[in-house]
Design a protein. Structure first.
Length: 215
């Protein structure tokens, strides 16, 4: 086996792809169905990395738990319908992945997004041809901020923790990186709920292209 080397692991939603735009579309379809006014992106953005329930609770603040559960069923069914036809990559993602490939820096994804949603997106983007480290909750005993996913990614990619990175848009991602002993990169452009400047990340980036200057 070759010596361990630098690798880069990414969160998915809010870091590489802007899934929140699909969520906004679905939420506003549901708002129209319920006879309510549409919401703007900020209402959906904040909780887009934490699942449909919180997105819906934020978008339908007076709805009962039973109503939220019903809307969640509709939401997830609709997301399955559009998730591969409405993928929006952040500007610079293709260039970043090309850069890593050219520099022969292995990369992968560690996400809390279920495999039933993650894998079709990865295959649609053909990223499964570029990396064999796509790690979802179903692959783990504990999800982020547990370091298990990042450590599994390092194992698959033969990564050296001290010189490897985990990139994410949520405070939970930075804690995950610290727990795994890798270098943390916090994105300010994703779905953060608190101020990224206060997460004590090793690096802070405002756009995807900034990552290339770090790794």
């Amino acid at each position: 086996m070759p010596p361990k080397s630098k690798t880069v692991l990414f969160d998915l939603d809010g870091t590489l792809i802007n899934t929140g735009l699909s969520f906004l579309k679905i939420v506003n379809e549901l708002k129209e169905r319920e006879g309510e006014e549409p919401v703007d992106f900020e209402v959906v953005r904040k909780f887009s990395s934490r699942g449909a329930t919180l997105v819906l609770k934020n978008s339908f603040p007076i709805a009962s738990e039973e109503k939220i559960a019903y809307l969640k069923t509709l939401f997830l069914d609709r997301y399955k319908e559009i998730m591969t036809s409405s993928i929006v990559k952040y500007d610079g993602v293709d260039e970043l992945l090309d850069y890593l490939t050219t520099k022969q820096i292995p990369w992968g994804i560690v996400t809390n997004k279920s495999a039933i949603y993650t894998l079709p997106i990865i295959e649609k983007l053909n990223w499964h041809k570029l990396t064999n480290a796509i790690i979802c909750p179903e692959d783990l005993k504990e999800v982020k901020p547990s370091p298990e996913g990042v450590l599994k990614g390092l194992e698959i990619l033969n990564g050296l923790p001290d010189s490897s990175y985990y990139v994410g848009d949520h405070q939970r991602d930075i804690q995950t990186a610290k727990n795994a002993g890798v270098i943390s990169i916090a994105c300010t452009y994703g779905y953060h709920e608190t101020n990224p400047h206060e997460w004590n990340a090793d690096h802070l980036v405002h756009k995807v292209s900034d990552i290339m200057e770090i790794v």
